[in-house]
Design a protein around this ligand. Structure first.
Ligand SMILES: Cc1ncc(COP(=O)(O)O)c(C=O)c1O
Length: 435
């Protein structure tokens, strides 16, 4: 074992800071995976935000691309650090047609190996060390590392008291209060980051809400970034089994439409193919911005984060087949809704409260009734107990930045349909025993 003191000070800190708290348990669980006949008592993984529901469709398409096309010469050379021109062209066409429903210029796109480096580099370019990025809570825990590890930007979790089972409505009054709070600490409110559909709640920000928030940010010179990484992973809220869960109808409308209208240097959008296309292993993410200096800075810094040209070329072919993409998105959303319905039926039967999701790969469930007390330790203990007794690995509660103890994220898209039935049946039994 090497001595940590051989590292720089920041290297020493990194050697002690795991990216996620559940990685050790995850490593154990994957050594003992559930199989209906070979390992029926095995572990079921519901903590990683992966979508495997439609991989067979994408795999077939990728295999066809590889079989039917010669690899172009540019693939073996260096390309633009923003992404090859032909790839960005295909991306822009895909985004315009399927996600954004407005024209997107390839000149306003910059690509890196997944959303993770996109978030890291965006933070580095837009904020200085010690500046603050605000996230309405609860929010994706790993944002903390993405904005903090290199850019040294601080995370501020904006907790709004919740009155409904939906997520509270963020408005400019909350932002005014947050600005005063951050400035009173002598710090700068630099970025506001929204995820829509949201991780973990599946909440979607309405168009009107996004306009109000955008105008506040433009006026205050705060960068607003909307992460639409789950933008095509939409649940059919009109499904007969689900309709009664939603008090209002909210259509997903891409933030790109507001960006196009406002033409501001303060509005940006993140996207990645990791979730909607279930292709997290290919590592393809992007930022869309009309801020020319931002794109120039990105170009100058992105070399370490570039996507391999072979991946760019493959996805250029996949994304520009719009008939395939339309079919894929439709089938993927149907599969997503089907799995979601299965999960909520079990939750309702077991009397477990949940936030009705409108999109994403998650259900945000409330197991607070089973906590020993209202502490973080009790949350961790319950999470581990669920793993040890039911062999179900859900996402631990740590790091989401909210204050209601006992809420957990359950990913329902990473395992097979049989696995999901088994998982929900085990969770129901666990709860029955607890009551
Ligand atoms: C909101 C959000 N942003 C970013 C990421 C990371 O995505 P990628 O695999 O493209 O780096 C995730 C993954 O879970 C996510 O949920």
């Amino acid at each position: 074992m090497t001595k940590p003191l051989s590292l720089s000070q920041r290297g020493q800190i990194a050697s002690r800071s795991a990216m996620r708290v559940d990685l050790e348990v995850y490593a154990e669980a994957i050594e003992n995976l559930y199989h209906p006949t070979k390992n029926p008592e095995g572990a079921l993984i519901l903590n990683m935000a992966e979508n495997n529901l439609s991989w067979p469709l994408l795999r077939e398409k990728i295999e066809t691309v590889a079989l039917e096309n010669g690899i172009p010469n540019w693939v073996s050379n260096y390309t633009s650090a923003l992404g090859a021109a032909s790839f960005r062209e295909a991306l822009a066409g895909f985004l315009s047609k399927f996600l954004c429903h407005c024209p997107i210029s390839p000149d306003h796109l910059a690509c890196s190996a997944g959303a993770t480096p996109v978030i890291e580099l965006t933070s580095w370019i837009l904020a200085d060390a010690g500046d603050v990025a605000v996230f309405p809570a609860p929010s994706y825990p790993v944002y903390t590392q993405d904005i903090g590890n290199k850019a040294a930007v601080e995370r501020f979790d904006l907790v709004i008291q919740n009155t409904t089972n939906d997520r509270p409505t963020l408005n400019s009054k909350h932002l005014d209060e947050t600005l005063t709070n951050i400035e009173s600490q002598g710090k700068k409110f630099r970025m506001l980051i929204l995820t829509s559909p949201d991780n973990p709640t599946g909440y979607i920000y309405s168009f009107e809400q996004l306009i109000e928030i955008s105008d506040w940010c433009i006026e205050q010179e705060v960068h607003l970034i909307v992460n639409e990484i789950y933008g095509l992973s939409l649940i059919d809220t009109n499904h007969p089994e689900l309709r009664a869960d939603y008090q209002t109808e909210v259509d997903f409308v891409s933030f790109a439409q507001i960006m196009q209208d406002r033409q501001s240097d303060y509005l940006h959008l993140w996207y990645s193919l990791s979730k909607d296309l279930g292709s997290s292993g290919f590592r393809l993410g992007l930022v869309h911005s009309l801020n020319e200096s931002f794109i120039k800075a990105y170009n100058n810094l992105n070399a370490p984060h570039m996507v391999s040209n072979y991946t760019q070329w493959t996805f250029q072919e996949v994304l520009s087949d719009h008939d395939f993409m339309a079919d894929y998105i439709r089938k993927n959303q149907a599969a997503l809704t089907e799995s979601y319905v299965l999960v909520v039926k079990y939750l309702r039967a077991a009397n477990v409260p949940y936030v009705p999701s409108r999109g994403s790969l998650f259900v945000w469930i409330d197991l607070s009734a089973f906590l020993k007390d209202d502490s973080v330790q009790a949350e961790t203990d319950l999470w581990l107990e669920i793993y040890q007794k039911a062999k179900l690995l859900i996402t631990p509660a740590n790091g989401f930045g909210h204050q209601n103890r006992g809420h957990y994220r359950l990913v329902y898209t990473a395992i097979s349909k049989t696995g999901l039935e088994e998982a929900m049946s085990r969770l129901s039994d666990f709860i029955k025993n607890k009551r």
